[in-house]
Write a protein that binds this ligand. Structure first.
Ligand code: HEC
Length: 102
């Protein structure tokens, strides 16, 4: 019985963490949607790739690259402004959110 309770508690904790991360990413993404589209379906300002459904690792690499100034095209300065205040956890939450967009 004790073991079952522990397992159930474990599942409850994992479940709430997943929800917290997803909610956070959705919240953060609100400031991106104006250019990238509600689900990332647009080419931002006609310049970016369509980021909808990008694998999280790819988005993390791109966003960290914009932060460091090592990634991007003609408008990378604009994206640097979007991501410079984000920490690793926020970038990860955004990347996971974008990955779930279908
Ligand atoms: C003001 C419009 C605007 C906003 C807001 C914006 N972006 Fe962008 N984004 C762009 C443009 C333009 C590019 C292409 C930049 C370049 O030249 O590399 C881009 C590129 C990207 C790329 C790489 C795509 C590629 O073509 O390689 C990712 C990923 C991305 N943005 C994610 C985000 C996220 C996440 C947010 C919110 C935190 C965000 N953007 C907010 C305009 C915007």
């Amino acid at each position: 019985m004790k073991t079952i309770n522990k397992v159930l508690l474990g599942l409850a904790v994992v479940g709430s963490l997943t929800v917290a991360v997803a909610a956070d990413g959705a919240q953060l993404y609100k400031s991106c949607g104006a250019c990238h589209g509600k689900t990332g379906e647009k080419k931002a300002l006609g310049k970016s790739a369509v980021i909808k459904g990008w694998e999280a690792t790819k988005t993390i690499e791109a966003l960290n690259g914009y932060k460091a100034g090592t990634y991007g095209g003609a408008m990378k300065g604009l994206m640097k402004g979007q991501v410079k205040a984000l920490d690793d956890a926020q970038i990860e939450a955004l990347a996971k959110y974008i990955e779930t967009q279908k």
